[in-house]
Design a binder for this molecule. Sequence first.
Ligand code: BES
Ligand code: ZN
Ligand code: ZN
Length: 479
Amino acid sequence: MEIKLYKGIETPMDMVLLYGSEVAAKAMPLKKDEWALLQERKTADAESLLVFDRLPHHLYIQNYNSELPSESMWEHLRRSAAKLQQRLVDEGVREVYLCGRGVIPEEMLAFVEGLHMANYRFDRYKTKKDKSLDRIWVDESIVSQSMLDENLVLWRNIDRCRDWVNEPVMALNAARFADELKARADELHVDCTVLGQKQIEALKMGGLLAVNKGSVDEARFVILEYKAEQPVNERPIALVGKGVMYDTGGLNIKPDDYMQEMKSDMAGAATMASVLFAAAENQLPVHIVALLPLTDSRPGGNAYAADDILTMYDGTTVEVINTDAEGRLLLADAVAYSNRFNPCLIIDAATLTGAAVRAIGTFGIAAMQQGADNAMSLLKIVGNKVYERLVEFPFWEEYDKLIESEVADIKNCGIAQAGAITAGKFVAHFAKQPYIHLDIAGVAFFSKRESFYGVGASGYGIRLLYAFLQTCDVMNLNK
Ligand code: BES
Ligand code: ZN
Ligand code: ZN
């Protein structure tokens, strides 16, 4: 979808008018009875949608509640936009002009964001394509070109991330995903190193190699680096993403329909790559590296088994309790490898545990931190702002006991309780710098349509981490 700025008010197309507060009432292009109807509806439901005939076009008036706190108002605007998107395509509208009365840029951008994200379709395999909007025009008196451009870059990177996550493993295995990342990096002049099977073996990444053993496809380890000319952080922020191209569970194979949707188990890697690409494309003044271990996990003839004892990249030995707890094994190697870059902060994103979903559902991210109190506080603030929220779980030392092993240094699962935390603790064992763990299992992929996030891959977390990078200078990262 194209989004452009439009000058002027008279438009030869359908028009959507955002209407927040009474202040702008006089400027509404309405007749007396229409105005009365609008008032009545707005009183009954502050977020109602009204449609007036302006033959041959329509005037859609989208009310919104300007009395809400900004952050929830913006989220309501995104959600209203998703509903409107559905209505517009149902009515055969392909192009609209967006304007407003008494609307500030953040409000308009939230609305456009909702429209853009809701308009995403993964329909490349469908013979009959879904209907969607082709073009949006935005009143240039509300939003500037530079604001729009920065957001467009972000939204397009979100769409690309969703494509990667939605792509089934038969089309996107580790090697192909690595090729795609390399191609994208080359386009943006971002440094990209792809380690192949032999190099991963030479580096002795025991976690990644174990998970890969049952697969007929090779593993990859992708390293992306973007450094602005004058970054606010001299030492990079390391973004680590779980890249399990498909999670069958391995020999501890997933039962029944638990396996379905596990093509999304590489969402962490796709998210981190997309955050880095968006930052690079918009030239944010930061220094970041993304470390992406990629493989699928299968019960092949040579697959790793429960009871196996692995030696990880950093030398730690790990007893395998359950082969379905595979994500933490590749994350561990990647987190340990990040030490080479001497990062000021490590953040990982991973569809890591069902336990995180059971704890908080699909409304946010389960987050944990080790020595990264300040960064976590900032992340929570920006999370509330963009409404990709996180809740911090404890990382008490008592949990460490749960992953102690009789036969190795640690084991890859704890007990049935606190599963999201023991998973995080396992990875934290390998972090030598301040570390934040984001378990995105509940939000990376929606089985049913979820407002502007749509159905399937959501791209959840990219707006969060991008906003974090935009503001991380407040942390004095160089000290
Ligand atoms: N990829 C799954 C976690 C997951 C579950 C993501 C549901 C998205 C939706 C992960 O590899 C996994 O299988 N975790 C196990 C761990 C267990 C064996 C300790 C789980 O959560 O059941
Ligand atoms: Zn698993
Ligand atoms: Zn997994």
